[in-house]
Design a protein around this ligand. Structure first.
Ligand SMILES: Cc1ncc(COP(=O)(O)O)c(C=O)c1O
Length: 222
């Protein structure tokens, strides 16, 4: 888990990473499936990334979780969902939906903004692929508190994301002209705001059975 940047920025990174993996596995998969009731920034980020890539990617929106089964098919690259809906509070079955996606050849991206600190989240047990979320809601960081990125262990060595900012560099203060990622899972882009870190780091320690969060936002995925 890397604590860094904002949820929207982190979603852009993991969605780009997932599409890149799928482009190598099966380039015909061009659809991102999500819910119309997902938090708007998630949908906007997916639309923006599809526009940027100019490779025929599109967003397919369902109107209820019951429609996800029919919407995920041989053309689907990514199933992008928010675990707990920001409006209704409905919690999706992460394990079942990830299994459904994998059975159809799709990867999953989970937004945990309304889960982290509020309900148990079993990313490894659910076999999730990527997750992002914020620390300013139920982890009590408050406005300005950073977001986080999680990548499944099996996808970490191949992890690549396009926002290769200096905070993901192996030696940021060497001020080198060439980007060198800090490690295989260089998820950070920009220098963090640390003003409220003590709040979320204490909250994370209370919520996590295994407090693996590192002190530095440039930490490796754990
Ligand atoms: C579910 C969800 N996803 C994404 C975001 C966007 O977060 P940020 O403004 O940190 O990018 C929010 C913000 O409230 C949210 O509730």
């Amino acid at each position: 888990m890397v604590v860094t940047d904002t949820t929207s920025i982190n979603l852009f990174k993991v969605l780009a990473a997932a599409l890149r993996v799928q482009a190598t596995r099966d380039p015909s998969r061009k659809v991102i499936v999500s819910e119309a009731s997902n938090f708007p920034t998630d949908l906007y980020i997916a639309q923006g990334l599809a526009d940027l890539l100019q490779q025929g990617y599109s967003l397919r929106l369902v109107n209820s979780p019951a429609e996800i089964d029919a919407a995920v098919g041989a053309d689907t690259a990514v199933l992008m969902l928010t675990h707990v809906n920001y409006k209704s509070g409905e919690m999706l079955d992460m394990a079942a939906l990830t299994e459904l996606a994998h059975a159809r050849g799709a990867l999953t991206v989970w937004d945990l903004c309304h889960s982290a600190g509020a309900v148990p989240v079993a990313l490894n047990a659910s076999k999730a692929d990527y997750a992002i979320g914020c620390t300013y809601k139920y982890l009590n960081g408050g406005p300005g508190s950073p977001a986080f990125v999680w990548v499944a262990p099996a996808l970490r060595d191949a992890f690549w994301q396009p926002l290769s900012g200096w905070w993901g560099h192996a030696a940021p203060f060497a001020m080198e002209p060439q980007y060198r990622p800090v490690d295989a899972c260089a998820a950070s882009c920009a220098a963090p705001s640390r003003s409220r870190r003590w709040r979320w780091s204490n909250a994370v320690s209370m919520c996590s059975r295994r407090p693996t969060w590192r002190r530095c936002a440039r930490s490796r995925c754990s």
